[in-house]
Every structure is written in structure tokens, then in C-alpha cells.
Ligand binder design. Structure first.
Ligand SMILES: *Cc1c(COP(=O)(O)O)cnc(C)c1O
Length: 432
């Protein structure tokens, strides 16, 4: 479910018209629905209700402090991949005892920081990292809680840039080697074995790869529980979302039918996995990022020009690939709709940004309502891996972020200013 719906022809986020937000705060801007984030968290929490479980939100998907505070207030934990992300969790009063620290390249400084703070577990991605964590812990006279990330060699059949669970990927330790690595960990003086982890990829739209991986892992989890008394099994994140959502009410005619029949829901995910997970007798961690935040945000932009060339109708907008790189980077589909409903025939359009890159294209040859200069468009499903991947390319200040809760819209990150972009830069005195 998400809270972006037309009412009286105006696209709303919860109770607030997006055009009103755009007029007040300017464009491009990201708009997030607080209620949607909560709803997604709670749906997953309920679906896993039969299990002793913890939802560790993947901070990298959307790390805005207001989003993190929302998760913290729901009692969630966090999956972090850098010292900076841990610091964000601490900044919002999140529980660092519910943080798991993933990533193949943890530095000594990051390990020290996490050990001193006291996190739930390090997800170990290599034998070299295991040794490094042991030696840092010894030096600090601490014990490091760890789980080892297993690469179950299951193809998640998602986009090549977001599949992580096969031996082609840099992540985790090969399934066949894993017992030896646990044995090694058990002999290290400053390591506490706490759990086991897997994460096979992102934007999975069926339960099959999860089921395959959990089935493959189950005997191993049992064995590790017997042998090392592990207390958790993290099954990673990766729950996919619908990038072409149909509105539940006020659905415009041009909206394509979603492939809703086979889409992964918290219920279908739980239905397939809970029977496999429950008998394992350990706590289950899940690390959703996209599922929580993806459909909880949109990028609102304004049409600058309409440019017709030959057969093409270019809609040039004021958002660009620096604001939302997913179409350029992952060939991702994002639905694009006017914030004011437009009846009438559609016209095949390319929605493009102002940057001098052919990749600065949000969609190609897509039937869209006829829009004109000044109209606002909403690029949907832009709550995850969107703002967090933004850059300042072309000295473009990053967009404002707004969070809506019911009738209220609040700025949760100010639009950057040009001067703030070059504030860290220095001109050496020897340049005349
Ligand atoms: C990125 C990542 C996640 C979140 O993935 P989503 O597809 O956003 O759910 C979870 N766990 C790990 C280890 C990750 O790297």
C-alpha cells in the first residue's frame, strides 16, 4: 500500500496535494509518506509475527534522519554498511544493540567504532575480515559479536547490478567453505559467534529464490546452533516492490495493470518462509530496505520545456540523473504522472533532464498525457536508492526532502545551496 493517490484530480501524498508542496518548497523535491513507511514496517512485522524476529531496516536505502527515527520509533533495528550510517542511527536515538554491520570493506576505524559502541553483530564477509576484527577486538580488550555471511550460490534472477548471492559476486563466503570458517572463528580468542547471515540480492519479485536459499541453509543453521549455539539467522533483505503501481482509488486510465498477481507481499513471503524458518529455533532477522521505503517516496519535478524533434516528443524537466540515477544506472522503470490529472489522448514521450548526458533520461517512448511547460510531474517509487544516490554533478544542489504525515508536510532536509557545495573547497594562494 502507498499513500500517493488522486483526489479530485490532484495527486496527494496522504492529505496533502503534491502541487502545493511543489509550489511552497520548489522543485525538484522528494516527498515521503510517513504513514506508508510505518505501514510497510508493520505489515512485515505482522506477517512474521509467528517468528521470534527483528526487522533491521537497511539504512542505505534511505538514510534521512526522519526516516530512521520513524523506524526507531517502531522498535526496528538497523542494517548498516558504514561508520557514517551507524552515526546516523545514534543521532536519531536508534538502538545500536540492534545494529548489524555488513559490507566487504570494513576499515579498522569502522571496526573500532562499532566495537566501542556495542553493536548486535558484524556480518563477516571474508576470512581476512574475521582475522582483522579479532585483532582489533583483542587490542581494545573487547569481544566481537559476529555472524558470517554465507553466499548460498542462489541466483536471485534480478538485475545484474543488484544480484549478490552467486559466486560471481564479491559478497559472503562460499557455502562449501562456511563450516571451516566457523571452526576457525570458534578458535579465535576475541570472537563471539552469534549468528549466520545471507543476502541474495535486491528487488526480488518472487519468493522462489528466498525459499531455495533458506532450504539450502536450513541444515547448516541447525548444525551451527548445535555446535556454536548461534542465536540468529539473518535472511537478508531483497523484497521487491511494484515499480508500476496502480492506484487503489482514483486510478487514472493510462495506468498499466500491475503484475500484482505474482508480486511478493509480506504475506506471501511469510507464508513460504515461516514454515521453513520456525523449526530452526533461532531468531530470524530480516533486512528490508526497498520494501520499506521504495514506494513511500516520489520525486516531484517541473516541466521546463516541450521539445518536438522529428518523431520525438521530449519533456525536459528540472530533475536530472544527479537527483535520481536509477534509470541511468539500473535501467530502472519509474512511473511518471502529472500531479494534476490530464484527461485525453496520450503521446509517446521521453522525459529527460537538463544534464549533458544521453543517460539523463527518466523514460523513453512512453505514452504520457500531454503536459506543458510549468506542469508538475511526479516520478513514482523514488523512496529507496534515490536521494541517497544523488550527487552534485553539474553543481546542482541536492533537492529538498519533505515528509508528509496526514495533513502536515515538513522539510526533513533543506534544499542545498550552491555556496554550500563549494564551502569545503579551497583555492591555494599560489594560483594567481
Ligand atoms: C542492500 C542490503 C540490504 C537491503 O536490500 P533491499 O533490497 O533494499 O531490501 C539488506 N542487507 C544487506 C546486507 C544489503 O547489502
Amino acid at each position: 500500500m502507498h499513500e500517493f493517490q488522486y483526489r479530485n484530480g490532484e495527486l496527494h501524498c496522504e492529505e496533502v496535494p503534491l502541487s502545493k508542496i511543489a509550489a511552497k518548497y520548489g522543485t525538484p523535491c522528494y516527498v515521503y509518506s510517513h504513514r506508508t513507511i510505518r505501514d510497510h514496517y508493520q505489515k512485515l512485522d505482522q506477517a512474521l509475527g509467528e517468528l521470534d524476529h527483528t526487522i533491521c531496516y537497511a539504512v542505505k536505502a534511505n538514510s534521512n534522519l526522519a526516516v530512521l527515527r520513524t523506524i526507531a520509533s517502531l522498535g526496528g533495528g538497523f542494517d548498516v554498511v558504514s561508520k557514517g550510517e551507524i552515526e546516523r542511527v545514534v543521532a536519531v536515538g536508534g538502538d545500536h544493540h540492534r545494529c548489524i554491520f555488513a559490507g566487504v570493506g570494513k576499515t579498522i576505524r569502522e571496526i573500532e567504532f562499532a566495537l566501542r559502541l556495542g553493536i548486535y553483530a558484524f556480518n563477516i564477509e571474508s576470512e581476512a575480515e574475521l582475522e582483522r576484527i579479532n585483532s582489533v577486538a583483542r587490542r581494545l580488550r573487547k569481544r566481537a559479536p559476529i555472524s558470517i555471511r554465507v553466499n548460498p550460490n542462489v541466483d536471485a534472477k534480478t538485475h545484474a547490478k543488484i544480484t549478490t548471492g552467486t559466486y560471481e559476486n564479491k559478497f559472503g563466503i562460499a557455502f562449501e567453505r562456511i563450516k571451516q570458517v566457523y571452526q576457525k572463528a570458534s578458535r579465535l580468542s576475541h570472537i563471539d559467534i552469534k549468528g549466520i547471515q545471507m543476502h541474495i540480492g535486491s528487488q526480488l519479485t518472487t519468493a522462489d529464490p528466498f525459499e531455495g536459499a533458506v532450504t539450502k541453509m536450513a541444515p547448516l543453521v541447525r548444525e551451527l546452533r548445535e555446535r556454536y549455539h548461534i542465536e540468529f539467522f539473518s535472511i537478508g533483505g531483497g523484497l521487491g516492490i511494484v515499480y508500476n503501481p496502480a492506484l487503489e482509488s482514483g486510478r487514472p486510465s493510462w495506468w498499466r495493470k500491475p503484475q500484482a498477481a505474482n508480486i511478493l507481499t509480506p504475506e506471501s513471503y511469510a507464508q513460504r518462509l515461516v514454515p521453513l524458518l520456525k523449526p530452526l529455533g533461532v531468531r530470524i532477522l530480516v533486512e528490508p530496505g526497498r520494501f520499506i521505503a521504495g514506494n513511500a517516496g516520489v520525486l516531484v519535478t517541473q516541466v521546463e520545456y516541450i521539445k518536438k524533434t522529428g518523431k520525438k516528443n521530449f519533456v525536459i524537466v528540472n530533475a536530472a540523473m544527479n537527483d535520481l540515477i536509477r534509470p541511468a544506472f539500473y535501467e530502472a522503470h519509474h512511473d511518471i504522472v502529472p500531479t494534476r490529472k490530464k484527461p485525453g489522448a496520450k503521446i509517446s514521450s521521453d522525459v529527460v533532464g537538463p544534464i549533458c548526458e544521453t543517460g539523463d533520461t527518466f523514460c523513453k517512448d512512453r505514452p504520457l498525457p500531454r503536459v506543458k511547460e510549468g506542469d508538475y510531474l511526479a516520478i513514482l517509487s523514488a523512496g529507496a536508492y534515490a536521494f541517497v544516490m544523488a550527487s552534485n554533478y553539474n553543481t546542482r544542489p541536492m533537492p529538498a526532502e519533505i515528509m508528509v504525515n496526514g495533513k502536515r508536510a515538513s522539510v526533513v532536509r533543506e534544499r542545498e545551496t550552491a555556496a554550500s557545495l563549494w564551502a569545503p573547497e579551497r583555492i591555494p594562494s599560489w594560483i594567481k
